[in-house]
Design a protein around this ligand. Structure first.
Ligand SMILES: NC(=O)c1ccc[n+]([C@@H]2O[C@H](COP(=O)([O-])OP(=O)(O)OC[C@H]3O[C@@H](n4cnc5c(N)ncnc54)[C@H](OP(=O)(O)O)[C@@H]3O)[C@@H](O)[C@H]2O)c1
Length: 235
């Protein structure tokens, strides 16, 4: 992702790539290069420190690395309160189609009794469920709550550990890891006698780059923390 993002920035007429940072590199290079916006694509354990460095040094950040739970986001909000001009976008998914799938799922959620999310990824992914799936489940749960829907019906009384997936905000989320996949998500919505499936597939990392560039272009205009690329899209 990092390499692809560097290539996308280099290919864009309106931006200049000033630094490439890998594991073990001195983050001071970001400051020394006069970086306006940093793109963070690493691993969940490293991202908070990298983003914190950017915030402390007044560098806007576009963050694609997943693994941002409420605790990490709250800590980031705290850091941003000391640098009120800095913008950070944490985007669980840069693919515009995936962002739309989340929005469509949230719009559909109040109309269906049941909902479950299935996310499918390449087997080298280290976190589960994906940030996108968590975000989707939370958006769907919020939409259901707003209209007072009861939890999805489920008569399961006995189960093998994990058989019903993880539960995010009351929504079951299932993670598949399979060689050959890139990043895919299905939102299954069930009503009496019908099912609506909303599915998004990223077949190639190229699908994420328009969203990365959109984030880089807009982050400075959005001080503070924005979670989700939809915050920058006029939906
Ligand atoms: N938001 C989105 O749309 C989106 C899309 C795809 C992926 N992602 C997320 O983006 C992240 C990167 O994805 P990827 O597929 O490129 O993963 P990847 O191929 O595993 O690459 C991760 C990179 O991070 C480097 N790294 C590890 N520890 C680091 C540290 N402490 N500081 C700086 N860099 C460090 C790794 O270096 P080494 O090679 O030396 O280990 C590697 O180059 C993951 O969290 C993934 O889930 C987000």
């Amino acid at each position: 992702m990092g390499r692809a993002a560097c290539a996308a920035v280099e290919a864009a007429d309106d931006m200049e790539l000033v630094a490439r940072i890998g594991r073990g590199d001195d983050l001071q290079q970001i400051v020394d290069a006069g970086t306006h916006v940093a793109v963070e694509l690493s691993v969940p354990d490293a991202a908070p420190e990298n983003v914190g460095f950017c915030v402390r040094h007044g560098v806007h950040a576009v963050v694609g690395t997943t693994g941002w739970d409420d605790e990490r986001l709250d800590a980031l909000r705290g850091q941003l309160s000391s640098s009120p001009k800095v913008g950070v976008l944490v985007a669980p998914n840069f693919a515009v189609g995936a962002v739309l799938a989340m929005r469509f799922a949230a719009a559909a959620a109040p109309h269906f009794e049941s909902v479950e999310v299935v996310e499918l990824h390449h087997p080298d992914k280290v976190d589960a469920p994906s940030g996108t799936a968590r975000h989707t489940a939370e958006a769907v749960a919020a939409a259901r709550r707003q209209v007072g829907l009861a939890p999805s019906p489920d008569a399961t009384r006995t189960q093998l550990d994990g058989a019903r997936g993880a539960v995010v905000d009351g929504v079951h989320v299932h993670s598949v890891r399979l060689r050959g996949l890139v990043a895919h998500e299905e939102i299954l919505l069930g009503g009496v006698g019908e099912q609506l499936t909303i599915r998004h597939d990223s077949f190639d990392r190229a699908s994420f780059m328009p969203g990365v560039l959109l984030g880089v272009r807009k982050v400075a205009d959005h001080p503070g923390l924005t979670v989700g690329l939809d915050g920058y899209l006029d939906l």
